[in-house]
Design a protein around this ligand. Structure first.
Ligand SMILES: [Fe+2]
Length: 223
């Protein structure tokens, strides 16, 4: 994240907007030499120019400073593509239907990248009537715990906040849930396909040594 708008960002945005230095200069009421100075790192635009510069590129001042213009091409939300942001200072969890410039405690947060659940973050999902009962095999100490679990369908997000010393479990209405997310304060965001999660468990049972031996015996007996 940048602390202030940089010349590289101005140049990139200007070129993306197919503007010459002179065209931008005219919009801002400065000379093209000034634009050239900013772009080559020989000076910064005055703070009063930040808003006019952002306007020229049709972005917000925050995006201009961060150097990350946000492009949410699809305004119709798909919860499956949700982004999660977690503040490293206070643990605040922010859910966004698309990308955004999001800050907490003065820190600009990046969307969490999602990983497949691993051996240290095993999730168990059971269908109980119309609900998924979700349990994560993980410590729940103050230092290292699962801080939230969420279930996403294409148009719905169910989120459960968890706390240290509590249980790493949650229940979700099944209706259309396609993805379960959970966040470990140390290891980050994980996700799993609930249907696949259940099927995997079942196929794991089918492939067990016991099962195979039973099948072998059955083959021998009834051949
Ligand atoms: Fe962890």
């Amino acid at each position: 994240m940048n602390q202030y708008v940089t010349g590289t960002v101005i140049k990139e945005l200007r070129e993306k907007n197919k503007m010459t230095q002179l065209q931008l200069a005219e919009k801002l009421g400065v000379t093209d030499k000034t634009i050239s100075k900013w772009e080559t790192g020989k000076g910064y635009p005055d703070i009063t120019l930040l808003e006019p510069i952002a306007d020229s590129f049709r972005i917000s001042v925050t995006e201009l400073i961060s150097g990350n213009p946000i492009h949410n091409a699809n305004v119709s939300a798909n919860m499956m593509r949700s982004k999660f942001y977690v503040c490293p200072v206070c643990g605040n969890v922010i859910h966004s239907m698309g990308e955004g410039v999001i800050a907490c405690h003065g820190i600009q947060l990046s969307p969490l990248s999602v990983e497949q659940s691993d051996e240290y973050h095993m999730i168990f999902i059971e269908r109980v009537e119309d609900e998924y009962y979700v349990r994560i095999d993980h410590s729940m100490t103050k230092e290292h715990y699962i801080s939230f679990v969420a279930a996403a369908s294409s148009d719905d997000m169910q989120m459960v906040k968890l706390y240290p010393e509590g249980n790493a479990e949650a229940r979700f209405k099944i209706r259309g849930v396609r993805r379960i997310f959970f966040y470990c304060n140390r290891d980050g965001l994980f996700s799993v396909d609930p249907v696949k999660g259940i099927d995997d468990k079942e196929s794991g049972y089918d492939n067990s040594q016991e099962r195979r031996e039973l099948e072998k015996v059955a083959d021998m007996l009834f051949g």
